[in-house]
Design a protein around this ligand. Structure first.
Ligand SMILES: [Zn+2]
Length: 198
């Protein structure tokens, strides 16, 4: 399987000295290590909203993401759901990621075992651009990734990997899940709220 290209968003907290300049997963609060690969793990610490997903935490032979769990590093197949989410919160930034290793594919996105950010996209609003320019310069320097216009993001990211967006199911097969026993993407999205973990 070739590496997969996906789109997602991160929070960057400009006021937190510890996380400043770092991409952070909005729900799981995972900090993405600059210049390194992020490895998925089953997040089951008490208090996290993902706690109920701990189906395979103690089974070391299993790899995250499990099809029947909700763990893994999340990314959408398309930029549209990503940009929709960006309008809802300040200091949330979108971008492209490369995913590889085990990948569980859902209709709207995927959950991956390994991921790295490929690029960030410049906020669309001029006001937000102005307010976040210094911060985004810091982040992209830290991760050695480009800051691209949204319209250039897909073309850039596609150079690195493939899209695994499933073909829409033909009407007669609708209802048959691609991944047997998997939580549906909608169930997971509901469980996680508006944002992504992992
Ligand atoms: Zn899991």
């Amino acid at each position: 399987m070739n590496p997969a290209v996906g789109y997602r968003f991160w929070r960057v907290d400009p006021d937190d000295a510890w996380t400043r300049g770092r991409l952070q997963s909005p729900v799981a609060e995972t900090l993405w290590p600059p210049l390194e690969t992020l490895e998925a793990e089953c997040q089951t610490r008490p208090g996290l909203r993902l706690a109920r997903a701990g189906l395979h935490r103690h089974d070391e032979l299993r790899i995250s993401p499990e099809p029947s769990c909700s763990c893994g590093i999340y990314a959408y197949h398309d930029i549209t759901p990503m940009t929709r989410a960006l309008r809802e919160e300040p200091y949330m930034f979108g971008g492209a990621v490369l995913c590889w290793g085990r990948i569980v594919i859902h209709p709207e996105g995927m959950r991956a075992q390994h991921a790295r950010p490929l690029a960030l996209c410049r906020p669309e609003s001029p006001g937000v651009q102005l307010r976040t320019a210094a911060l985004l310069a810091e982040v992209t320097r830290e991760y050695a990734i480009p800051l691209l216009e949204l319209r250039d993001l897909v073309a850039y990211a596609s150079e690195f990997g493939a899209s695994y967006k499933p073909e829409p199911a033909p009407p007669s097969r609708r209802g048959l899940d691609r991944v047997k026993d998997a939580l549906s993407w909608r169930q997971i999205a509901r469980r996680l709220g508006k944002a992504f973990g992992g």
